[in-house]
Design a protein around this ligand. Sequence first.
Ligand code: FEO
Ligand code: CA
Ligand code: CA
Ligand code: CA
Length: 666
Amino acid sequence: MSQNNDNSVLFGNGDELPSNASDNPHINQLIDGVGRRQVLAAGAALGTLAFLGSVMPGAAVAAEPAAKGLEKLHFRPRSKLPFTAIATNRLDSISVPTGYRATPFIPWGTPITGNYPAYLSDGSNSAQDQAEQLGMHHDGMHFFPIDAQRGGKKSDHGLLVLNHEYIDAPLLHPNGPTLVAGKRSSAEEVRKEINAHGVSVVEVRRGLNGEWAVLPSARNRRITGATPMQISGPARGHALLKTRYSPKGTATRGTLNNCSHGFTPWGTYLTCEENWAGYFASRDTDLPRELSRYGLRSSSRYGWDHLKGDEFERFDATRTTTTASADYRNEPNHFGWIVEIDPFAPESVPVKRTALGRFAHEGLVFAPVKSGRPVVCYSGDDSQNEYIYKYVSRDKYRPGRSNGRLLDEGTLYVARFDASGKGEWLALDIYDKKFQQACKAAGVSFADQGEVLINTRLAADVVGATKMDRPEWGAVNPDNGEVYFTLTNNSARTSVDAANPRPANAFGHIIRWRELCKDYAGRQFAWSLFMLAGPEADSIGPNGKPLTADNRLASPDGLWFDEEGRLWIQTDMSGSQLSSGPFGNNQMLVAEPRTGELKRFLVGPVGAEVTGITATPDFRTLFVNIQHPGEGSTATNLLSTWPDGPGQRPRSATVIITREDGRRLL
Ligand code: FEO
Ligand code: CA
Ligand code: CA
Ligand code: CA
């Protein structure tokens, strides 16, 4: 979703404004003299990469040797990117290389449950219809083979599970949202908006002709912004989670602004609550830290809090009674979590896993699991100058026996990237000595671990985590276990550091690290920059050279490794970066980290973000999401008409990518 919108304007669709007012040093203040000179040399970028390249073999300046075994051969290894790069363009369509096919699938409004109400192209579907149709603005997505929970890898039948980040109210209703004296007045409209959020579970099957279809299955499910959910982990039952709906602080309703996602080693889906703060309003003058540090404001993005009735009043966090269990002052504390959903159990109650922390979660990516070892996963807080986190479970992973309870007891860490090229995971654990000392030094106290987790951002401030340039998706390289993260951009960066080397970072970059001693659960890592995005004149590609017409990009966001170790990179440019300049529409590229190759594979339609990527195990089908085509459109001013064509409202949709010859994609 776009950057820099003003939340005070109703129906804006932007990310949250920065809310990190901590005086954590940018780590440039920690760089020793030699390091600083190198970082700042030559306009920062090249110097930084050279500097980091000396720390970590295989950093951007020096491509790694070819895959094991291949170096013995006397010819160059087969290119793992055997396609011609797509040129940038601003077409209102999907462009893929010759020999590939891109087919729109399950757009917003596709019926999947209940009465299977048909999509009405004038926006007149009811709130109940919307609860039985695909939600708006597809984002993080995973294909679960139908036999996934038995360890199977069926490729022609599975559950496609995707979340719906936000809504374009002007397109959701016949003539946009109704306002009376500047306030929302239609409960039906707001219910439809709430139902257009959440998650869709869609059972899909590939036919003999290779075409995918939705099955009318009892497994199909819509989870919305109103679906009952449980709260688990250390914050369950906390005083700061008590509300009128859940006086015990153990239950809640709905998930909102889900961005990227995750999937667990035991076959469940995770949806990640990102820019949720703008859904709430509080008119209290003194906001408690668990609201102020997350950027809660006196007006909400969509104005749901204007309406009477418990289902809407919960979006108003103003204190109206003397006790938390009689109003909704704590309702915003029910958001900012990672939610686990069992897609194979349609009656299951989704669970908010509080041990994973509360922030603007982009997604969650797991390190490879090993029997008898803890599970380890990584998550970025996508807001300007926020942090990257890691979770290590207390209990050990047992194939076939482990479940979501592994995500309830464990240690949450936050990353500090040092200028030396090393880094440290800092525990946010009330029983950890260093954490206690840091709290004392900062004059900050927490009542218990539940409160640490509800105030994750503050706890991370206290231990001196590194402020990052908006961490988005993470991905783990199956070849060597390196963890990659996109840092999409950061117009608010005023001073650079080694891990975020450009001031007012307009184009973004990709960072990666390797846990020391091959111990994912450990506390130390070595990091380097994989690439600096941007135009030819201000970029460094994975091969250590400037980007070219074949691969220039900006604002990297989606990130995914296929099983053969190719890195797929998706962009989320907005504003002038999208409408003018050298990048064209948002795009998807493929990198080969072993050789430093990088090529543009797909260009999306006008105004859309390219996001959400998953494949069938046989790698003959790639599913990609196109989000908010024609962003900023209204019913009378359609900036894109993808995918339905002239005169039709644009719709977010999945795109099925296959090869025309039906073989593996690459
Ligand atoms: Fe919703 Fe961080 O992208
Ligand atoms: Ca998005
Ligand atoms: Ca994103
Ligand atoms: Ca983004």
